[in-house]
Design a protein around this ligand. Sequence first.
Ligand SMILES: Nc1ncnc2c1ncn2[C@@H]1O[C@H](COP(=O)(O)OP(=O)(O)OP(=O)(O)O)[C@@H](O)[C@H]1O
Ligand SMILES: [Mg+2]
Length: 473
Amino acid sequence: METRKIKIMASYDWSMRYGMVEFVKFVDPVIRYKGKEYKIELGRVIAEPIICGQNLKETADFVVDRTVHWNAYYRCWAQQALHSQMSIANNPNSFYAHEKHSTYDLMARAIHPEDHFPITVLLPQFYPYTEDQERQEMWEYEQELIAQHTKFGFDEFRRKTDWQKIHEKLQRSVRLREQSKLVRELFYSKEQYLKDTVEKIFQNRFPLYLKKTSGGGGSDVFKINSLADLYEKYDATQGRSFHLQEAVENYDVFVRCMGLGPQILPMRFEPDKPLHEHYSPEKLVLPLNLHERMTNYVMLINSYFRWTYNSFESIIKDGKIHPIDFANACPDSHFTSLHVHFPWLLCAKLKWFAYCAVTGKNMKSDMEENAYLNVFNDPNKTQKEKFDFHVAMSKEYFEIDSFKEFCEENFKDLNEKMVQFYDTRFDDVIRYAIHFSDFPIEDHANFYRQYKERMDKVFRPNAKDYLSIRPGE
Ligand SMILES: Nc1ncnc2c1ncn2[C@@H]1O[C@H](COP(=O)(O)OP(=O)(O)OP(=O)(O)O)[C@@H](O)[C@H]1O
Ligand SMILES: [Mg+2]
């Protein structure tokens, strides 16, 4: 029997790692594929010196990235892994290079005619430079330089300040400022573009959302209620780039989907609740037509960008899907966030990662953007034709039929195994998750009880439903 090594890169979501390891140990699957048998071995990618040109292929058969957006070593490691032609979920280069803006722009081109991508405008970066601000900044910089170039001695007369160096650096900074002023003069619009955008593109309708073009965590997202409000918030953007986006208010349901390969789980999302209660414990069942379109959007983003483990936020209002945030290729996978949905995540991960590792699925790291863009930019194609096209592309990328067959053969009873795992081992997962959570230590016992009760009362009697994407399927 051969072994397939799956390695998850470093991350702080200990409960997910612990849950995966314990579940795989419990199931101990023997995978059958094309007449051969395989064992799965889970592991970590260990940070150690690597030589350029070294082949990393022996390290693992499949790597799961949880790192490249926050750890420079692992980003380099993952790039070298791509050069070694290893299979990775998710493509480190596309995750590093493509942020919210790129995904928004793609969605605007690919949306189904019955849905609506909220109008979204990319604003020029702005940093206010009044004379007073400039003087203040220069003064602060000078103080820094004095501190940097001053040495103190045992005898106070031995204090030395290198005024020559300070002067040189200040002069260089003045010249650079003049150049960047020139760039602003030559390359930036001098129009009243905020006012114009609000008038011409948003027809003076508020609220709007001013949100940064990259990153996550809900920081730098502002609800804007008037032009004056917009001026105030835009003044504080400090040279970072932002979008202005139509708000979707009074909605029916806010949905966040978790995507693992072609397995897409929609969950009700409650952004106004505390962080650990963002995901509602409700088993969300969308009308079939919305469910299908939603699944197809998630698959479009995840196949186009090669992020097969990503989350996707959208708002449903008046029977239309409004996608709003889907560049999250390191999705929150803590038990404390996902609770009743967490067992589904463990099953979905095991199935998709095992499939990729055992079949040697080609993750196609050389993205096929033009195959998509030739269609999205074809003026003779209708929006419906564009939508149907990307649905077919996703189906091919995710090898839907072959994945289904693989799961039928190897994981038919996985949900029952999860229930047995729950009954015998899951208390430890909860305990472990609380131990590594951000909850204050004095509240741990209380949180353990709350989560345990929710799992026992909500998940366990309805395990079958929670472990399927749509109950009864
Ligand atoms: N167009 C919109 N209409 C209505 N609400 C919005 C819109 N855009 C953002 N929001 C609200 O602001 C929150 C944060 O926005 P967004 O998800 O784009 O930022 P983020 O930094 O990616 O946040 P997170 O990492 O928490 O997902 C959303 O969860 C939602 O509540
Ligand atoms: Mg979000």
